[in-house]
Design a protein around this ligand. Structure first.
Ligand SMILES: Cc1ncc(COP(=O)(O)O)c(C=O)c1O
Length: 382
């Protein structure tokens, strides 16, 4: 079992940061890597052409390890989750008789690409909303998703957890069903990969995209994406020099190449060699691979168990354990309680959470302790 890791971060004393789903705090060593990256450009003499490639390779390997694929060439460095999804959307032609399935109140970066594709093709965008009931909400929501996937379904685009309240989706069953009907499964795992185990070999998604600044503890404006075989011969949204074959040969760059680098490397964002962000992201992923998502998830479950019980005993609603994550969960207030008063009380105590939809989104990580979540619960109850 992991122990408290707060000393690896620079979080000030006295604040309770339960908001990793908003953005993670920086690990001290990630900050250091960024500063080294900045300093490196003082004297560009030491930035050799080889270095345009080295951190990218290491980064892809670390991410491949994190998500359980043996093939780092299927990983692309992207600028954001929306960038990763744009490459996917760019390579799918929909027919007007087909449909795309998304979840209710899905994060916009994984909604707008499909809305656009449907508008342009006349295909249908089907939004699977959660049931109105709080009894078996997660279970029924998952059943609704499975029921909605039919022979007209071309794409299912979703997360592993809902970004606002951590409802857990049964991706194994959903993948099974999509394969039965020949639909693509595209996952935005920005709110899960890093803190919740995910395995490409077992789920076999067609695309998995992750912004890096939340659960992967990286800086802003860098992310990673996996593209499955469906996208092997696709056209990237931008045509940059480094994604073409033999780009390592700087002297020969204007011997224009028809072929791309192998695998998913054609989908990488321009200037992905980013000498500041890439080493930071690498340092962060190395740490997470050392901790391991299953241990992070278990740690979050351990420190949140008692506070959740206390909240439930006092009339707050939180999804059943089986249908929610432990690193990100929504707390819904008892009827009649004023959310603005709750917000003010939490702010006064320097407790940072998010408010998404009708839920208070609580998202702890390894720098938090049970007593912080207990304080949060007591503020809500008092
Ligand atoms: C589920 C999810 N996806 C993606 C993002 C970020 O999207 P992008 O990288 O396109 O800015 C967020 C940010 O809150 C999110 O919650």
């Amino acid at each position: 079992m992991l122990s408290l890791q707060r000393s690896k971060f620079s979080l000030p004393k006295g604040i309770t940061y339960l908001n990793c789903a908003y953005m993670s705090p920086l690990l001290k060593k990630v900050e250091k890597a960024g500063i080294e990256g900045i300093k490196g450009k003082r004297n560009p003499l030491h930035i050799s052409p080889k270095e345009f490639f080295t951190s990218g390779e290491l980064l892809r390997k670390q991410f491949a390890k994190l998500v359980g694929t043996k093939d780092p060439k299927r990983i692309a460095i992207v600028a954001s989750a929306s960038y990763g999804m744009a490459n996917a959307a760019h390579n799918i032609k929909l027919h007007s008789s087909e449909k795309v399935i998304v979840m209710g109140e899905q994060f916009p970066s994984n909604y707008y690409p499909w809305q656009r594709l449907c508008l342009d093709s006349g295909a249908r965008l089907e939004v699977i909303a959660p049931p109105q009931t709080r009894v078996n909400r997660g279970k029924i929501w998952n059943e609704r998703i499975l029921d909605a996937i039919d022979k007209d379904t071309r794409i299912v685009a979703m997360g592993h957890v809902h970004w606002a309240d951590g409802t857990l989706y049964d991706l194994k069953e959903i993948r099974k069903r999509t394969l039965e009907v020949g639909a693509l499964l595209l996952i935005d795992a920005t709110q899960s990969v890093g803190a919740l185990p995910f395995n490409i070999q077992s789920i076999q998604p067609d695309v998995l995209v992750c912004a890096g600044y939340k659960w992967m503890m990286g800086p802003y404006s860098i992310g990673l994406a996996y593209y499955g075989p469906y996208f092997d011969n696709g056209i990237p949204i931008e045509e940059n020099w480094i994604n073409r074959l033999n780009s390592e040969d700087f002297a020969g760059l204007i011997n224009y190449e028809v072929a791309y680098q192998p695998g998913a490397l054609r989908y990488e964002v321009g200037e992905h060699s980013n000498f500041i962000l890439a080493p930071m992201m690498l340092e962060a992923l190395q740490q997470i691979n050392e901790w391991k998502p299953k241990n992070i998830q278990a740690y979050c479950a351990k420190i949140s168990k008692k506070p959740i019980e206390l909240l439930k005993d006092n009339g707050f609603w939180i999804e059943d354990d089986k249908y929610r994550a432990s690193h990100l969960f929504g707390v819904r207030l008892p009827e009649g309680m004023d959310i603005n008063k709750v917000k003010a009380k939490l702010k006064k105590k320097d407790i940072s959470v998010s408010y998404r939809g009708d839920a208070i989104r609580v998202s702890p990580n390894v720098y938090n302790q049970e007593k912080e979540l207990m304080n949060f619960a007591h503020v809500l109850i008092e």
